[in-house]
Design a protein around this ligand. Structure first.
Ligand SMILES: [Zn+2]
Length: 121
């Protein structure tokens, strides 16, 4: 793939955005159970109603769904369309853009070879 430096920078920025979205999705999914346990233990320790823990767990779940929607709406740096969705097709594990066939591996390679790319915090 032969891209202009401007496009390479755009791909690198897009990849950083993708990594942030993926990290947030993993944290929200994997953190649900530990969060629920900790909140429940805290609620029980304080002698409060379990309803508070249920509400907190539901709020976390709503947040996780919103994070998932944000992840799924990551725009492809090449075509600008939503990478993981095309029409009714939704693939959270898609490795190629559902519209232009650009692969995540290509974007990541450009990101890793781009001197302006900043590491993800
Ligand atoms: Zn695309």
């Amino acid at each position: 793939m032969d891209l202009l430096a401007e496009d390479q920078a755009k791909y690198a920025v897009a990849w950083r955005d993708y990594l942030r979205r993926r990290k947030a999705l993993l944290a929200s999914v994997l953190g649900y159970l530990p969060f629920g346990v900790l909140v429940t233990l805290f609620i029980v320790g304080m002698g409060w109603s379990y309803k508070i823990a249920e509400v907190a767990a539901m709020l976390w779940l709503v947040g996780a769904i919103l994070v998932g929607v944000h992840y799924m709406q990551w725009p492809c740096p090449k075509c600008g369309k939503v990478f993981h969705m095309a029409g009714r097709t939704k693939n959270i594990f898609a490795q190629r853009c559902q519209h232009c066939d650009l692969s995540k591996a290509e974007i990541e390679a450009i990101y890793q070879n781009n001197p302006t790319a900043m590491p993800v915090a």
